[in-house]
Each structure stands twice: as structure tokens, then as C-alpha cells.
Design a protein around this ligand. Sequence first.
Ligand SMILES: [Zn+2]
Length: 157
Amino acid sequence: MHTRIKAEASLGVLYASYGIMNRVCWQGRLPPSLLRMSYRLSPRTIAYAATDFRIVFNAKYCRKFDDSGFLQVMAHEMIHIWQYSLGRRGGHGRDFKNEQLRLGLVLGREIPSDSPMGYVFFMHRLKNLHPAEAARMLAAYSGPRKVETEYYRTLCQ
Ligand SMILES: [Zn+2]
């Protein structure tokens, strides 16, 4: 019971991060998306987004991230959600790269503090939100994984 409450608290943090990024980067226009962990992903997959508006994180990777790294992974997948929300196929073509640039995500460069992602980091510090820690706690949750879909369902009601 106790651990389920921890899993739900972790999900609360992850959805708060999704909400902040959605508002700051897309004016809240992205649809709600299911967030969950998987232990079955190939070691080469850090996370993926699916056309039914779902972001799946590789639980085995979650130990390695700090908040900045985790938010960058989530932002990458949210760009795919943005593509899917417009009925596009996804992928890492020009529309994806333009969106990365717009958000301040330039590979190998520090994220500018005056970019949307810079503001996302600032909001996380302001609210003392730690999504990487939440992802680790959720990945360590050993109870039934349906906690993730059930939590999402109550959010969508
Ligand atoms: Zn991708």
C-alpha cells in the first residue's frame, strides 16, 4: 500500500513536468498523454512515443538521469506527441529538428536560459520538482504496473 502511494506521488511529479512543458513549449495545445515505465524495451531505446499519445520510458535507464537529462528525454518524446497531434508520421525530419531548435534543444550545446526549455528548467527549480527522482521511484515500484493506467484514467476524468 505504501509503495503504491509512492508510485502515485511519482506519477504526480511526472505529469506536473508534462504539464509545465506543454504550457511553456506548446501553450497547452498537446493532448494528455499516458506516461509509463517499461522493463521490456531494447537496451538501445531510452524512451518512445506512440501515436495513441503515450510516452514509455525505459525503466533501466532511469537511474542514469538528472532532472535536466530526464526533461530533455521527455521533451524529445513530446515533440513526437506534437507531430502525432497534427496527424504527422513522426520521425526526426525537418519539422522535428525545427521544433528542437525552437525549444532550445541543440545537441551538444547548453540549453539557453531564455529558451522555452530554459524556462521549463527554471519552473522546475521554482516549484522544487524533481522528475528524475520521480522516474527512479516509479521504475523501482514492484507492484502491478496498472497503477500507471489507473492514475492516468483518474487524471483524464
Ligand atoms: Zn525520436
